[in-house]
Design a protein around this ligand. Sequence first.
Ligand code: ZN
Length: 122
Amino acid sequence: MTTDDRAKLIDPTTEVWLAEHGLPGFTVAETIDAGGNRQFWIVDRDQLGGRDVDHGNESPAHEQTGFLSERWHDRIAAAPFRCCRPRRDGRPCRILVRSADSACAYHRRQQKAGVDGRSPKS
Ligand SMILES: [Zn+2]
């Protein structure tokens, strides 16, 4: 943590809750410093405003430029493929598929029928 971290403000218009992605109580949001510089943070809402808040590693390995480490290659390789076609609510379809760029059964049917491919809000 740097002393500047305490002077950053969270821009509430950029805040997105992460509960549906497995992190209940957390959000991701842009912060703004006194110079107007913006930076994304993952925010534990229960810790917000606390005196001894851990601001974490300011330079995590996965945010550096250059090649990813073996650890991150392994994590990405182990991640499941998802359909990711847009749903009616604008979010990506989360149904697991066999390979990248594959569509789930619903979106395959929609594509065959020439429909826009948006699944119902679920
Ligand atoms: Zn789908």
